[in-house]
Design a binder for this molecule. Structure first.
Ligand code: GDP
Length: 465
């Protein structure tokens, strides 16, 4: 069972491994002052930067640097915290960690510092998650949005909704207690009207959270097509000068290659299915299996066709995919998630163009030139439209799929309450639905949690955070 009164003192290297000017060992818990005495040979002044030697248990000099002591509750974790900033080498950091362990601390689990901050009411759960998201952010937009969540913007909206639901619940409970009274509580209190207002507010938060989750989680895109159709050129054109390729998971030519680029703040996880060929070779079969998995899970599949060589549109797509080598793709493909890229329109002097989705297949067609970069803007906009992504909405905050699920469940409960109200006007049933709605909202900020949920969230953090 997790508890804020955990008496262990924890320690970890809080800076990345490797060589750097400065590295930091962080310690949190009741033994901080004793550990400081053992390592520094004096009791540090609270919130004062001491430049001093660090010693091991035999009194030998290990390093010298800055020691900072933050007595609880005014610290990140809410407990006593000691920070030892030494020289950022692997050996020195390891030695500093060992002397704090020898002085009475134990190694922290991943995310345990933040978990203690949460358990000591320093941050709520959405803010704690935003710390991990800030560290992991791969674009300026993601970092800004994570910072807003960390500052409590998302939590404030959730708290406002929870407060509105509480007021409604209080009124309903009164209605239940005074059922014999002449006054018709349900209509007098304009319950339906207030409920409607809460649903409207919730929908706004849900849409903002959806955008926030898109900034964090992005869109999965698969690029498929025959060799030389221009897949690599398209990927490079999409990445552009401004979007660095962040990940480049190495693989053989038979493997599935994944890369991440960002368009206007929305991460695009791109899988290049270069190895998608039907084959008897075991290694190639594994490549195909992975490629098909990527196709099945993709938000969008871009099928690149060399328009100077062959004509493929949404009507002839089935025929095109029946050509040898694409049988497996045909089986996995859902055309409503398909965009046909007619590449190399420059060869015949064509202009870039976006054709509306085909009525029957749902597939869209974009004519462009990857080599010249014309029509790439159309494709970028198209990808954003597919996800309903509005670039860099001012004041946006980061959110997670978990938050969206909780908001959607809250909405279902509120809708159920609305239904009860309009059909039966049974105050008890409405109150019950509102109680469930409240509980789902509480899961977002951690007002309502289970150990299992907390375990899952904090174990995904890095050690030292
Ligand atoms: P991939 O095998 O599908 O990855 O294709 P590449 O991106 O390597 O492109 C194959 C060839 O087509 C290269 O010579 C590219 O320069 C050329 N190419 C790619 N896109 C275009 C285009 O839009 N217009 C023209 N004219 N050539 C292109």
């Amino acid at each position: 069972m997790l508890s804020a009164s955990d008496t262990d003192t924890i320690c970890a290297v809080a800076t990345p491994p490797g060589r750097s000017g400065v590295g930091m060992v962080r310690v949190s818990g009741p033994a901080c002052l004793a550990i400081a005495n053992a390592v520094l040979h004096f009791a540090p002044t609270p919130r004062h930067a001491h430049y001093c030697p660090f010693h091991d248990s035999h009194g030998e000099l290990v390093d010298q640097g800055i020691a900072l002591y933050f007595p609880g509750p005014n610290s990140f974790t809410g407990e006593d915290v000691l920070e030892l900033q030494g020289h950022g080498g692997y050996f020195i950091m390891d030695a500093l960690l060992k002397i704090t362990l020898a002085a009475g601390a134990r190694l922290a689990r991943p995310g345990e510092f933040t978990e203690r901050a949460f358990l000591n009411d320093k941050v709520d759960l959405a803010q704690a998650e935003a710390i991990a998201d800030l560290i992991d952010s791969s674009s300026a937009e993601a970092a800004k949005s994570a910072m807003r969540t960390l500052q409590g913007e998302f939590s404030r909206l959730i708290d406002d909704l929870a407060e509105a639901i509480t007021l409604l619940r209080v009124y309903l409970e009164a209605a239940i207690d005074f059922t014999d009274e002449e006054i018709d509580f349900l209509s007098e209190g304009r319950i339906a009207e207030k409920l409607e207002a809460i649903i409207i507010s919730l929908d706004k938060v849900l849409e903002q959270a959806r955008q926030g989750a898109l900034i964090r989680e992005g869109m999965a895109v698969v690029i498929a097509g025959k060799p030389n159709a221009g897949k690599s050129s398209l990927l490079n054109a999409l990445a552009g000068k401004d979007s660095a390729i962040v990940t480049d998971i190495a693989g053989t030519t038979r493997d599935v290659l994944s890369e991440q680029i960002t368009i206007d703040g929305m991460p695009l996880h791109i899988t290049d299915t270069a190895g998608l060929r039907d084959s008897d070779d075991i290694v190639e079969q594994e490549g195909i299996r992975r490629a098909l998995n990527a196709v099945k899970q993709a938000d969008r599949i871009l099928l690149v066709v060399d328009a100077s060589m062959e004509s493929v549109d949404s009507r002839s797509i089935k025929h095109y995919l029946q050509t040898p080598g694409f049988e497996a793709l045909t089986q996995a493909l859902d055309t409503s998630r398909l965009t046909i890229i007619q590449n190399k329109v420059d060869v015949q002097g064509g202009q870039p163009n976006l054709l509306p989705p085909d009525n029957k297949t749902g597939a869209s067609v974009i004519q462009l030139s990857a080599k010249q970069g014309s029509g790439i803007d159309l494709l970028r906009q198209h990808l954003k439209d597919c996800m309903g992504f509005q670039a860099t909405a001012e004041g946006g905050f980061i959110a997670r799929r978990r938050h969206l699920d909780a908001l959607r469940k809250t909405r279902e409960c509120l809708e159920q309450a609305r239904f009860q109200l309009s059909h039966h006007a049974a105050a008890e049933l409405v109150a019950e639905d509102l109680r469930h709605a409240h509980r789902h909202l509480g899961e977002i900020t951690g007002a309502v949690t289970t150990d299992d949920l907390l375990g899952r969230i904090f174990s995904s953090f890095c050690i030292g955070k």
